[in-house]
Design a protein around this ligand. Structure first.
Ligand SMILES: *Cc1c(COP(=O)(O)O)cnc(C)c1O
Length: 815
């Protein structure tokens, strides 16, 4: 990051503060401090700088009576905070210099911070980008979620297979957070509901729970760019009402004495590692209700304290539900307004709908959450009653409007009757919100046509699109300081405050070979950094001059890592068949975690590793093709990989990726995209120009048409493509798995019979697009012009733009 050299007084003051923290908070003197002690001391010193802005901002919001945004998300994929915080505080160089005077290297201690992986992938990372953007834009906001003891599992690769290890990110403590034992709420489960006649003759419902526990708040301050404002990420941890039952303990029942405590704490123990598939277990529903209830109680208390009445709640609070995970909020807000605060049904419903809004992240019908009615009745009996009532009113309302079509009523009901009775959480979130949004133009269009087709007909104004974005502070300034310096050099310092609008100025440089040279030089440096990391972790030597072809994301069949691997094998065979041709050099880099229970995804990881071993060990392709699977993909690894990528693989089956955000990170950093017209790729191609990308394959409508036509297998595509046939034959016959030749027979046969993700159908188009990649790479003037234009045209994909759209159109914040 280009920063003017730090003022000596500031450096001295910050150094003094670090030493102070080391002594009095960590309890070490500089002579005996080890690495993590230094990290902790610097983090605490930086946190001090946040606190004043934090408190100022909170009291200003209160005094001015500003509307607050509450972002409810089961996941926040935050990553490390030290550099991001120092960067936004404008203290990065100050801290570097202060530490250098103490003979400590900032880079080294930066790496000691655990990567806070309280999320699975894109959805959680979006929540983290949004928190940063809201702080940057000065929007008063709280993020609400769960403080998991164990984040997403750590992935190791043993003999090519994924193994999962617990992620103990809190092992050495977390210097960023403030524990708030005084901010705690009662959370109830089970029991029964009794109906009583209340005063004024109205019936009231009293939930007599079978089980009670508490949620305790932990606050992490999130600072915006140039300390514009500081917001709070408030994460809840489960605690028992009573930690130890003394009577039982004294009676000798030592385990029974803590049983309640163990049960309560298990609720915030671990993040569910499922991505784009429903978790489906009772503990998951308990987690969802736990954090939703605590968050709603917290924000209602805040509102009441400030306004004295809940009747104007929607004017002062906007609650965004990140996917269906927090959708029980619809019933919980109703319960709190009805049973606790005594509002009548109609008023409570009006306030609920006006306050809540819902973001949909997936179209896969099987991935939309639903809970068995029996489970809901047992765990949340009062909520089940409320859901039945909402449903009855909703259906009555439709009938009153003359709608009696049974299929329609069945489709829009909150209760699914077909597969055992279940509550459809997507429909609940839709009905209980005044706004429902998709995360890219294509995804939103498909939402209107598929999952919510009938509800959309009934409420045509409710669905809107808010295309995702990424925060440039992390994904450009922090992860690619050299590119940032070049951009500031070319476009001036103001770029840093408004890259969204000023990046476009780069177009003027896109044709200049002198600029290309600078661009290449800094990218060469980034590739050397990644090369060193690969050497260090895997012992594989890469050539930084090679084309770095990268696919990093969760492993999922619809994301089609398999298609990439088939190309890999095809390229390998082509090089062996025609060694005289000028192939490459190319490096294929893959990374990503598979849900622990997702066998097919884990098999794809094994295949990647099998192919890597075979290819990297074959002298005939040496210097032309290397394959690397980097273990334990997370935010910190993404920050190293993305700035080093030349080619970004965004090759999901069209119609299946809601948006994608890594596509944006890569293009911003100057990689060219090879991709399908899916998710946000569509809008990227409109803004960047499809001639500066490599778009291939079936479109969403063609995929849909093919599915409807009943053409299910891949056999026809294989018959038409000798190349694909040869690839599959090699994989099937054990060329890459000599130790277990049948390992991939099932995988290949599966493709031939059910090419659900159009891997075979798209193979030839993909191969052709990859040939175009090679051709462009061999024409550096063209390649680098396209690369510069990618960076220049990505400004719109800033999460600041996305957040401004939410603020204006969904949260209705004053400008
Ligand atoms: C951005 C990001 C994602 C999302 O990647 P997609 O390719 O859009 O699915 C997932 N994980 C991490 C660590 C990320 O930084």
């Amino acid at each position: 990051m280009p920063e003017v050299s730090p003022v000596p007084e500031e450096v001295a003051a910050f150094r003094a503060r670090i030493v102070d923290k080391l002594r009095y908070a960590v309890g070490k003197d500089p002579e005996h401090a080890v690495g993590f002690d230094w990290f902790e001391a610097v983090a605490l010193a930086a946190r001090d700088h946040l606190v004043e802005t934090w408190m100022d901002h909170a009291s200003r919001t209160y005094r001015q009576g500003r509307k607050r945004v509450y972002y409810l998300s089961l996941e926040f994929l935050v990553g490390r905070l030290l550099q991001a915080t120092l960067n936004n505080l404008g203290l990065l160089e100050v801290a570097r210099a202060a530490l250098a005077e103490l003979d400590v290297d900032l880079e080294r201690i930066r790496e000691l911070e655990p990567d806070a992986a309280l999320g699975n992938g894109g959805l959680g990372r979006l929540a983290a980008c949004f928190m940063e953007s809201m702080a940057t834009l000065g929007i008063p906001a709280y993020g609400y979620g769960i403080r998991y003891d164990y984040g997403l599992f750590r992935q190791t690769i043993v003999d090519g297979w994924q193994q999962e290890q617990t992620e103990t990110w809190l092992e050495f403590g977390n210097p960023w957070e403030f524990e708030r034992p005084e901010v705690s709420y009662r959370i109830c489960f089970g029991g029964s509901v009794v109906c009583r006649d209340g005063e004024s003759g109205r019936q009231c419902h009293v939930w007599q729970p079978g089980e009670e526990m508490r949620a305790i708040a932990y606050d992490t301050p999130i600072v915006g760019w140039r300390r514009h404002s500081v917001n709070t990420l408030r994460l809840w941890r489960g605690r028992a009402e009573t930690d130890l039952h003394l009577e039982r303990f004294n009676a000798g029942d030592h385990l029974g004495a803590v049983a309640e405590s163990v049960r309560a704490e298990s609720i915030s123990r671990v993040l569910y590692p499922a991505d784009d598939t429903p978790a489906g277990q009772e503990l998951r529903l308990r987690q969802e209700y736990f954090f939703v209830s605590a968050s709603l109680q917290d924000l209602l208390r805040r509102h009441l304290k400030q306004r004295g009445s809940l009747l104007d709640l929607p004017e002062y609070a906007a609650i965004q539900l990140n996917d269906t995970h927090p959708s029980i909020a619809v019933a919980e807000l109703m319960r709190l307004l009805l049973d606790v605060h005594g509002l009548d049904w109609d008023k409570a419903w009006e306030l609920t709908v006006a306050t809540l809004s819902y973001t949909n992240h997936t179209l896969l019908p099987e991935a939309l959450e639903s809970w068995p009615v029996a489970l809901m009745e047992r765990l949340l009996p009062r909520h089940m009653q409320i859901i039945y009532l909402i449903n009855a009113q909703h259906i009555d309302h439709l009938r009153a409007q003359g709608m009696h079509d049974f299929d329609l009523l069945r489709a829009v009901s909150l209760i699914e009757e077909e597969h055992g009775r279940r509550v459809r959480m997507g429909n609940l979130a839709f009905l209980g919100s005044h706004s429902v949004n998709g995360v890219s133009a294509l995804h939103t269009e498909l939402m209107r046509k598929t999952v919510f087709a009938q509800l959309h007909r009934l409420y045509p104004e409710r669905i809107s699109n808010k295309t995702n974005g990424i925060t440039f502070r992390r994904w450009l300034y922090q992860s690619n300081p050299r590119l940032t310096a070049l951009l500031v050099d070319a476009l001036g310092e103001p770029l840093l405050d408004d890259p969204e609008h000023l990046l476009g100025g780069l177009e003027a440089q896109a044709g200049q070979s002198a600029f290309h040279q600078h661009f290449r030089t800094l990218r060469r440096h980034n590739k050397e950094v990644l090369t060193a990391l690969v050497q260090d972790r895997l012992g594989i030597a890469l050539d930084p001059e090679a084309l770095f072809d990268v696919q990093v994301k969760r492993i999922h069949e619809y994301k089609r890592q398999l298609l990439n691997l088939l190309h890999c094998v095809a390229l390998y065979q082509a090089i062996r068949d025609e060694p005289g041709v000028d192939w490459g050099p190319r490096v294929k880099i893959l990374a990503g975690k598979a849900a622990a229970s997702y066998y097919q995804a884990k098999l794809i990881i094994k295949l990647a590793n099998d192919i890597a071993r075979t290819v990297n060990g074959d002298p005939t392709v040496r210097g032309r093709l290397k394959v690397v699977f980097l273990p334990n993909y997370n935010v910190s690894l993404a920050e190293v990989i993305i700035p080093a990528a030349d080619l970004s693989e965004q090759i999901s089956t069209a119609g299946m990726e809601a948006s994608g955000t890594s596509n944006m990170k890569f293009a911003l950093n100057g990689a060219l995209t090879i991709g399908t017209l899916d998710g946000a790729n569509v809008e990227m191609s409109e803004r960047i120009g499809s001639e500066h990308m490599f778009i291939f394959g079936l479109g969403a409508q063609q995929v849909e048409a093919r599915r409807r036509s009943g053409e299910v297998g891949g056999a026809a595509a294989v018959a038409a493509s000798p190349r694909l046939s040869e690839v599959l034959t090699a994989i099937r016959s054990g060329v890459f798995s000599p130790d277990d030749p049948g390992r991939y027979a099932g995988l290949v046969d599966g493709l031939l019979q059910h090419d659900n993700f159009m891997v075979c159908a798209d193979f030839e188009a993909y191969w052709q697009a990859q040939l175009e990649v090679d051709a462009r790479w061999r024409t550096p003037g063209q390649w680098w012009r396209s690369a510069v234009l990618n960076t220049a045209r990505m400004g719109w994909f800033s999460s600041d733009r996305t957040i401004r759209e939410y603020a204006r159109e969904i949260w209705r914040l004053p400008e």
